[in-house]
Design a protein around this ligand. Sequence first.
Ligand code: DAH
Length: 365
Amino acid sequence: MITLNIVAEEKDPTQQVESAQAAFDDEFRRFDNLAFVIAVDGAENGLSALKELRTRHLGKKSAIAASKKLIGRVPAEERAAFGQLVQRTEVAITESIASAESQLKEIIEKTRIQRETIDVTIPGRRPRQGHLHPITLMRQRIEDIFVSLGYAVEDDREIETDFYNFDALNIPEGHPARDPQDTFYTTEGFALRSQTSTVQIHAMQRRGAPVRMIAPGRVFRRDTPDPTHNPMFYQVEGLCVDRGITMAHLKGTLAEFVHRLFGPETRTRFRPSYFPFTEPSAEVDYSCFNCAGDGCRICKWSGWIELGGSGMVHPNVLRGANVDTSEFTGFAFGLGIDRTCARIYQLDDIRLLFENDVRFLEQFR
Ligand code: DAH
């Protein structure tokens, strides 16, 4: 047993070193299983716990540091043996910590590389390709036809005054034609337009005569939604004002339109009708694109499908828009885009077009 030569009753130095080793071994045991340390603390925390361990067992205030100070006080003949014991213990502790540290760092590095590896052979996530809404596709087909006939495409406001929606279209206050087109009113005398005919007035005011334009757009009516009605729907307005325009031009234009849209065998039919802003007025039908007029489910066994309203622009409308009626005449028409869409795609319910259900819309590319 090694004793100290100064204070005999002080603790046995060998025992001090041995218990320092034991205390270290006790704490170090959990680092024998690094996978466990990582699972409980996380790799980075495990590393800093190891650093604290080093400070505690090898640092200035450690038992080993205290033992080193004892070396000089051990009797000369025992000093070498004691010094070696202290050194062996210090080296053992240092090596244990260093080896655990390097293993831990290796694991950290490995998982980092694993995390950051990109497998370039894995197929990418393909973005779902969208497409235009069936109403937009239909609108574009209609626009293409009229643009090729020399018409401009007008895009105008959806919020209107009574003047443009009614008065300027020869529908004065109290006129029964206002009733079926009851719309949504906002404050200060504005309302959502109930028909694209409003654009006739804007176009004539802006461009004067002659003018040839179509105006596709949304219109609004206070209708209760059902399979054939929606409070918001799409129309295309058409207007042609020039010198010497007659009903023949109207008929020729719409006949050409349905030829291009549904095929050259398509026939048209004009039925007398009434609209306040045209005189004379006519409803236009075309022979069914499905049965060519024989009668089928699509045309409800009549052989004809309604295209829309039309007529010769009423002189009051021309005058109201500052067009000289002694020089100019014109025709106008209004078609329903979604109605035509629903027919072509054989939709039982027009509301399907506005529900934004991709599973439905995907069918119409
Ligand atoms: N604006 C009418 C409606 O919404 C449709 C219409 C009929 C437009 C005859 C016209 C026309 O330009 O001449 O019911």
